[in-house]
Design a protein around this ligand. Sequence first.
Ligand code: BGC
Length: 863
Amino acid sequence: MSHLNTGATRVSAPRIEHHTRPLGIGEPAPRLSWRVETPEPGWRQRAYQIEAIGLWTSEIIESAESVLVTWPGPALASRDRADVRVRVWARGADEPTAWSEPTTVEAGLLAPGDWDAVFVGSADISEGDRRPILLRRDFPVRGEVRAARVYATACGVYELELNGARAGDDVLAPGWTSYHHRLHYQTYDVTDLLRTGENTITGWLADGWWRGEFGWNRIGERYGADTALLAQLEIEYADGTVDRIVTDESWTWSTGPILSTSIYDGEHHDARVEAGAGSPVQRKKGPEGELIAPAGPPVRRVEELPPVSVERVDAGTHLIDFGQNLSGRLRITVSGPAGTQIGMRHAEVLEGGRLCLRPIRTAQAHDVYVLAGTGEPETWEPRFTYHGFRYAEITGWPGDLDPDAVVAVVTHDDMTEIGQFECSDPLLQRLHENVRWSMRDNFVSVPTDCPQRDERLGWTGDLQVFAPTAAFLYDVAGTIGDWLADVAAETPDDGLVPLYVPHIPTSFPQFHCAVWGDVTTTVPLVLLERSGDNRPVEAGYETARRWVDGCRRLLNDHDVIDRGLQLGDWLDPAAPSDAPAQARTDPYLVATAYLAYSARLLARQAALVGKDDDAAHYADLSDRVTAGFRREFVTASGRCVSDTQTAYALAIRFGLLPADLTAHAGDRLAQLVREADFRIGTGFAGTPLVLDALTDTGHLEEAYRLLLSRECPSWLYPVTMGATTIWERWDSMLPDGSINPGNMTSFNHYALGAVADWMHRVIAGLAPAAPGYRSLLVRPRPGGGLSSASASHLTPYGRATVAWRRDGGTLAVDVTVPPGCDATVDLPGSPPVTVGSGQHRFGVSHPAPEDDPLQPLPPRERF
Ligand code: BGC
């Protein structure tokens, strides 16, 4: 069968770990992955071979693995570069495929000793002066340059320029990490920015997260009183010699045109101001943390949105609507006299036709640009801030504001989109778009809660519930894996997982908070399931164990958690707007359910990392807490003591009840949903689970009716109110259009958007059944009057799709299974079948909604 694979089967250029641009990576032996494209149905790999062109060629490795396989060559040393390619043999084939295109990988500075540069910053600056500075050094380039790199980071945020041109396109580098433990550095290819003769390297340096006021208690100098830059330019000449230009006492510093800048408050830039002559820098103490290369992509300018309307609202003010709530900033192009001052304020919503600024609390979100008045158009965008906004008010614009003169620059992690969902219901489709936007707007260096107010923290609970959705929509394995390393670094022995990471003290106490700390037990398994990466489980095991042990110490003699602070079912729609933790569900029911669940997940993780004793121990703990849960919170016939949507969702989805009681709990949940007139009754704890709990217990119709309700509170209510992102509260905007009076009212929080995972798995029917989607579970469950739906996901093995449409009384389903994978296809009313890779079409009889025997629902019963 040697005709197989000789032409039509192709292998993609290998991926290096989870990097999109593998330059300056931190892994000396990066794992490699590739995807195969083939017309051959049922294709399976038998063997592979990897080559670093001109350096080494591996053995032919007999293995079906193609995701995150071990680096088969000698480890990379700092700065080593290799062009890596792969070829594979199919099962039953004698001949390999052609070699893939190569991917160029280059190591960063892997050891502390590689750094000759030292941190430098301003000298003689008066205490408390937080004005951004420029650092500079002139240097010669002696001849023809073969390659040049800059390795750089900062205590603060920085941008580098060579001869006035930006090095790289990162925004807010080095990003935010737990600086006490880990500080990212960046690597830039600057070969093309150098010229023979005199050159200048310039660093712009500002407070960022390091020294700026951060957290709603607005404390500055969280990490240090001084900002500092570390930069190492390495120039390799054609003759093999190397020059290093490194930050040291030979640099100078001065202030420049940025008068102030703050992530919350905005930036003030006076273009009339030139950088001063410069005085010698001072050496600064660097951070305590280790310098490491990032595992995920940086923040970049990702997209530009033009205004959808520009309106003059008073003599000096224009109101701009971009039609989309986003994270980013404005770029303006303006001409006018020197000294003309243009103000830009940003808000997510309007009240009375003007910006509603109350929800952003103390954040000013106010940029100011003062024109140089050169006579030429001046283009400006802030460097070191971002805002969460849909609307902007611009004051002081000279003359009429041409809509082309302003764009919103969408700025967030430059993640690769890998998942799509479509369906025939436009409101549901918009809900899904809103989920995607809230994800984009909140992945800004760390997975944050919101992009607009004086917060923007990496709340662990928010990501915990959203991670499955996030991992479907974008390739976030590197980003989240990196952030989990911070979670691990910041979790002490007693397992007190911070409520947000990186952690900075605020008025919020630290406590063992269920749902939030469970990020340590759930998310590593989500990453394994979705991306095939087992490292987060290995690296996070000890943290997850500490967390579970910490919660175990809160158990009473009846194996129930009954003390300590809990946020519980945070933002239950019935909670008063000023008391979001006052949910209808007992917070200790939530905490006990989560401990039973997390102990079980930990047992699984223990088995995966080969700790069999731990696996048995935590399985036993899970059983004990499950028994405690039943005794304390469930009646003999299966009613939960908190008779709420969230209580049943937890009990059912976490498998805390025996089969007969599960059925009863499902019936009771469905009844509660009907009694609520299909309005949602869950907060952060119940929302990600409630539709699955209904589906699992045979109440698909109630699940759809809950999802499709437009009444407040519901998922679609915000969509009917014009939402373009997911709101923090079910009613961030009240039905009369006024803004929720609560002091915590964001219009851009992804947590309640966790429902999108159900839309992918149950509406469209695409779910992973083995790590990395190596096996798929294709189980669409059409309903809700939808006539079609589809999901598409670029798995580590290739693209998987499921698309169905109703065709009369038939459900037509098209499935694509990536090479090397298989799928269990379980269609309504038909026994499951297993298929191999390739395209498959199925048709099953499925009554159209009007003939559906389940319709209509019996009238709602009231007490
Ligand atoms: C944040 C959240 C977070 C919550 C917990 C809020 O201020 O925005 O989303 O999880 O606090 O208390």
